[in-house]
Design a protein around this ligand. Sequence first.
Ligand SMILES: [Zn+2]
Length: 427
Amino acid sequence: MPKLVIRNGRVIDPATNLDKICDVFCVNGYIAAIGEKLYATGAEEFDASGLIVAPGFIDMHVHLREPGFEHAENIESGSRAAAAGGFTSICPMPNTLPVNDNATVTSYIVDRAKRLASVNVFPIGAITKNSAGEELAAIGSMKQAGIVAISDDGRPVMNARVMRRALEYARAFDIPVINHCEDLHLSADGDMHEGAASVRLGLRGIPAASEDVMVARDLLLAELTGARYHVAHISSARSVDMVKSAKARGLRVTAEATPHHFTLADVDMLPYDGNYKMKPPLRSACDTGAVTQGLVSGAIDVIATDHAPHSGNDKMQEFEKCPFGIIGLETAVGLTLERLVHSGKITVNKMVELFTTGPARVLGFRGRGRLISGGPADLTIFDSEHEWTYDVNHSYSKSRNSPFDGRTFRGGPVATIVNGEFAWRIQ
Ligand SMILES: [Zn+2]
């Protein structure tokens, strides 16, 4: 039986308010004990003195590009990048080819992940067939095959009646509906946030209202149906505000923010550099501040990366032709420490919550995202001090589309343990 004991780390679990220097003993993939000076004969020892030991981080929004776009990423490479970023569980969005809109595709992903992935993979199924926004996908059979939520991410569900039915179905299956909130008529082929910066660069703008209109509609539908509803990659001040008041009214509504949306604003873009192009776009400094405040106040529940690999050739085109999205798994912890923890906005405990109990609550996970005896031994070990520089050419991802190449961070992942075994550890 493989045994591993993590000694003398600062063990933090927001789910139980645990925060003390102690040991975690893992046996055969499960947590056997958490406590001081644990007796662990025959176990591999890991000295975590000076390090933080947290429940395994969960990234509930990634794109692994398999099946269909394996030149940009696959389950193996994407999950290795996840492990190197400190994540023990990831949820791939269904915009693959074919789209994950039925149990056959879900099973394919689950089987491939079992054989090839470095971390746990919990797929998200499509809301509608082919994510075309018209007919509901096979939600029940996908759930049986292993999906944990539904989303047409990459695209919004534009038809309100379809969205209402999706919410009703999802409620029956007790899974959340995640919407990529964008009114396509309002965003009208824009390339970046609509504001002074887009005017200066002469690029077509995507107004914040394109997100806000969709969030407003969805909150009304969430109220109508009583379903669990989650806003993907929230980016505008208005939307954060609306989610906050919906929560105050008691709706089962949650939201996630990406590190790039609380780190960069439109004015930070290097002109015409495709590594700054994503959806939703980098917004105004005011929006960036509101997203940060939402994470502080609890209006936003989760940090998720929206890791979106695109091959070099695709990203090397002119800005207007360049696809949306950036990779983010390996920089998320460093950026969160930099922007939120070291800046004094949140504690490291709150940071752990945003990566663990937050997503676990949204997805209804019981054993993962927390530390319990008998639960799966998923652990993220990180520190808040060591200096390191992100070199995108050494990324485990197959793609290189990051605006954070060359950035120096203070603190980051040190080791990632998945089901009791090291999935990655710092060299
Ligand atoms: Zn999206």
